[in-house]
Ligand binder design. Structure first.
Ligand code: PEP
Ligand code: MG
Length: 579
């Protein structure tokens, strides 16, 4: 019998294929006491498990694809080194003898000790190493328990043409999977604008989040249909359903192929208003997708992905190398490089195993520019590299999560110091490189008029603006029902910011996902937006809508929507506007 499970569709389209199930749930470890004569056997069991863990890791490392975006081999090498370190090889043996306990329990105790030590270190990179310890310990414990490793081993599994069903996927996991030819993602947790959902959209594959408790109902390897448009996953589909969806896949494909004709025409409304239409990217490797759609430039380059799945933060040269690759591929078109926005759901390493360490509201915490100003050793190499990149092409620098003027002034002060250093070293940079900020904290939308004298441009980040305005965690599916780009409060903030920037003659764009959503393009045009930055997969569709729109006819609807309280009425007005 076929079964339909409902979640939230976050990336449109249909995928049909075998499912690969991933679980990150921690192992339940219990303690049991051993008599003295069995302790030697327990130690031998532990040592065998260590050898098997090394063997597994070497096997994975040898099969790692050469991938320039993440240094996976170095990641695994670090785990291998831990397997040779007395803290993980000798200390648990001492604990087995001391407590007369099983090896799994001894490892658990030792892991807790090590995690505590890492937590006491101030350096966030060294602190993050505790995640590696937990990964290695879990691997040994699974071997000891004889439990199959359901955790995703990115290099071990052949994932081409499979559909991933997971409890949750961090952006770091999603990056590791992106070159494996996966056809869809489905997760039990996660929100519409979680970074994993954004990555799925930019890969152009269907995705569903919030499929609560789906895994018990779906067998590994079973054929499933993922309908990312309706947010439904169908397990064990009958022949009729399968052929219906195959037909739909064909129609989608021919619709997408049809859009290619808009590639060569400029983005311009029916009444002749030119619209600037840029692309959002995460990696230099995204550039072929930008070329495919004929992007006018990069409106948002999210550089934090350069920091994920690795041991050390990138140095200045590595930053510069990545930026050079983007600049070269752009052949004179502009790029807005956003400084790193780590924190909240974008952690350098997988942070799901943070037992005991509680960051109550990570999205309101030390994130983006706040983290950069605190940890300047992460920030300065990037600023230097962006400045040096500005000598090579049309580069703008953008700062995320700004919430008050002092942050802008502090960043500018550091930039001024770096400029002096670069001059002293005769390193080139563009002294007029535009400097801008993201409008993604409501305070900045409300105060755009006060901030514009200090910056050259702005870009509205609706993903966070909606999260902070409506007080809903963007990666929590439990409050997804409240995620609403057309909420009057959100629209009023956008309008306020657009008007203040226009009045001051400062360019303002939108790079949040709302700009990539076909349902809101006309509303945004009606609100006065003239510059969009969208994911590559949506680019041609958004251009088509712009080119089919007459701004004069939109103002009346926009005004009415701004004055409407009921969501049903807003939905009706939007439908009429888009008809
Ligand atoms: C946003 O918040 O809208 C945005 C573009 O930034 P990010 O999604 O990377 O937080
Ligand atoms: Mg943001």
């Amino acid at each position: 019998m076929s079964l339909a499970l409902y979640g939230i569709g976050v990336s449109k389209g249909v995928a049909i294929g075998n499912v690969y199930i991933i679980s990150h749930e921690p192992l339940e470890i219990s303690e049991y006491c051993l008599s003295e004569e069995h302790l030697g056997e327990e130690v031998a069991r532990f040592e065998t498990a260590l050898a098997v863990a090394s063997e597994q890791l070497r096997h994975i490392r040898d099969r790692v694809p050469t991938d320039r975006t993440v240094d996976i081999a170095a990641f695994i090498d670090a785990h291998l080194l831990m397997l040779e370190d007395g803290l993980l090889t000798k200390a648990p043996i001492d604990l087995i003898y001391e407590h007369q306990c099983n090896a799994e329990w001894a490892l658990k105790m030792q892991c807790e000790n090590l995690v505590q030590r890492f937590e006491a270190i101030e350096d966030p990179y060294l602190q993050a190493r505790k995640e590696d310890v937990k990964h290695v310990v879990t691997r040994i414990q699974r071997i000891l328990r004889g439990s199959p490793d359901p955790t995703f081993d990115f290099a071990e599994a052949n994932l081409a043409n499979t559909i991933i069903l997971a409890d949750d996927l961090s952006p770091a996991d999603t990056i590791l999977m992106q070159h494996h030819g996966i056809t869809a993602f489905a997760t039990e947790y996660g929100g519409v604008t979680s970074h994993t959902a954004i990555l799925a959209r930019s890969l152009g594959i269907p995705a569903i989040v919030g499929l609560r408790r789906a895994r018990p109902y779906i067998q590994p390897n079973e054929i499933v249909i993922v309908d990312g448009t309706r947010g439904v996953i169908l397990a064990n589909p009958d022949q009729r359903t399968l052929s219906d969806y195959r037909r739909q896949q064909k129609e989608d494909k021919s619709y997408r192929t049809g859009l290619i004709k808009t590639k060569s025409v400029p983005a311009k409304t029916l009444n002749g208003t030119p619209i600037s239409l840029h692309v959002n990217i995460e990696f230099p490797e995204d550039m072929p997708a930008v070329e495919r759609v004929g992007g006018q430039g990069i409106g948002l380059y999210r550089t934090e992905f350069l920091f994920m799945n690795r041991q050390e933060p990138p140095d200045e040269e590595e930053h510069l190398d990545a930026y050079k690759r983007v600049i070269q591929a752009l052949k004179g078109k502009p790029v807005t490089i956003r400084t790193l926005d780590l924190g909240a759901d974008k952690q350098v390493v997988d942070s799901r195993f943070h037992e005991g360490s509680i960051v109550t509201n990570p999205a309101l915490g030390l994130r983006a520019v706040r983290l950069c100003l605190k940890e300047q050793q992460l920030f300065k190499p990037q600023l230097r590299a962006i400045l040096r990149a500005s000598a090579l092409g049309k580069v703008q620098m953008m700062i995320p999560m700004v919430c008050e003027l002092s942050e802008i002034l502090q960043v500018k002060k550091i930039i001024a110091e770096i400029r002096t250093e670069l001059r002293q070293k005769s390193l080139e940079f563009d002294p007029n490189m535009p400097f801008g900020i993201m409008v993604e904290v409501p305070a900045m939308a409300i105060c755009t008029d006060l901030i514009v004298p200090y910056i050259d441009f702005l870009s509205i980040g609706t993903n966070d603006l909606i999260q902070y305005t409506l007080a809903i965690d963007r990666s929590d599916e439990a409050v997804n029902y409240l995620y609403n780009p057309s909420h009057p409060a959100v629209l009023r903030l956008i309008k306020m910011s657009l008007e203040a920037a226009n009045k001051a003659n400062k360019p303002i764009s939108m790079c949040g996902e709302m700009a990539s959503d076909s349902r809101y393009v006309r509303l945004l045009l009606g609100l006065g937006l003239r510059s969009f930055s969208v994911n590559p997969e949506s680019y041609l569709e958004i251009k088509q809508i712009i080119n089919d729109s007459n701004i004069n006819g939109l103002k009346h609807f926009t005004k009415k929507i701004l004055e409407t309280n009921s969501q049903d009425d807003i939905a009706e007005l939007l439908e009429a506007m888009n008809a």
